[in-house]
Design a binder for this molecule. Sequence first.
Ligand code: GLU
Ligand code: MG
Length: 435
Amino acid sequence: MRTNVSLTRFLYVDHGGVVRGKAAATSRLAERVESGIGHTRAMMAMSMMDELAPVDGMGPVGEVRIKPDTSTWVTLPYAPRAAAMLADQVNPDGSPWDGCARTFLKQAVAELAAEGFELQASFEPEFTLGRHEGASFTPIDESLCYSATGFHLAHDYTIDLVGALIRQGLEVEHYYPELGHGQQEVPIRHATALRAADNHVLLRETVRAVAIGQGLWASFAPKPVPGQAGNGAHLHASLWASGANVFAYPAGAYGLSDLGYRFLAGVLAHLPGLVALTCGTVNSYRRLTPSSWSGAFACYGPDNREAALRICSPIGPGGSVNLELKPVDSTGNPYLALGAFIHAGLDGIRRSLPAGEPLLADPATLSAAERARLSVARLPASLPAALDALEADSCLMSALGPLRSAAYLAVKRSEAEHFRNNDTEYECRHHWLKF
Ligand code: GLU
Ligand code: MG
């Protein structure tokens, strides 16, 4: 490990979706890598408002250790003399803790591997670049979607951001100024599921830190500014076996294999509960609305950008087929979101669920009767409704396990209750401040 580093951050993501951690001083680093750094189990009962939800097993008594995965070590280009590692939370004896989100994803990956598959995934992050003055957040520009003016106005920031991402080993695919005022998008190359979730955490950290370094503020809040485009983090995924993409089948409808359709059907079947994890905050549901490119209806279609699941057409010769889940944003815990996505798809594979017909229209333009005939349902319109759907989903609940599921529901219901008693401005402000 580098000698010019004074502090190494051990980072995890809590049930509120907040990236938190503790940092080890270099003189103690080797020891701390072995033992982890202790903290109270109650941290996984903490909401995005730093309020503790009542959760059995996550009270003031008992300790877990933030134990870093040394393969994730990176020096932080935006924080001189600091480094970071993504961490699990383990019991004091070093065994996995059943409240740890990263462990949940690792276990889902192992279940998938037992069936002979590996998931490649990538989040497609959008965020709003602006200025934070007192209680207000103002986007840096009013540029148009993909406009050259947008490139000019955000250039100094973007170049620093992309450089910082590359120096941490993240492979930047694209950059563009998106539809909303000050909105930016920087997709990262796909990777194995755990790495994709780790990458998303590193990206979230980098986007905000580089903005702070330039006197700006960047927010992943799903709807930081009402009336403007929302910030999504669409999830792109494909299954692989023996080095080949097993979603790809050129002779299949839209190039997707039977296995791909079964996986897709599993995700669709569990989507009402799954969105409680992929769209994890009260503010998420201000974004997840019809005709806003966020996939507010449970349906799928080839290159249909209003369907919750899009079968992406291959780009270029030999381009690979993947599924894109749109009801996802960066306020969810990426480890829980991706782990639950894997469980949903696996359930579809195991039970050979039928995908039904693809939808070739914006579902919002169909009549309610037509949607009912096609079994196209509106996804939950609020966080409490999504949490009820999650609680009713025995497959996702048993995958999460009793401690994790109870903690997640309690934390998220406490957030819903907190914001229920406040207005839109308060909600948006706390989401652009925290995310
Ligand atoms: N901003 C849209 C969302 O909230 C996505 C736009 C797009 O990239 O298609 O999901
Ligand atoms: Mg976009």
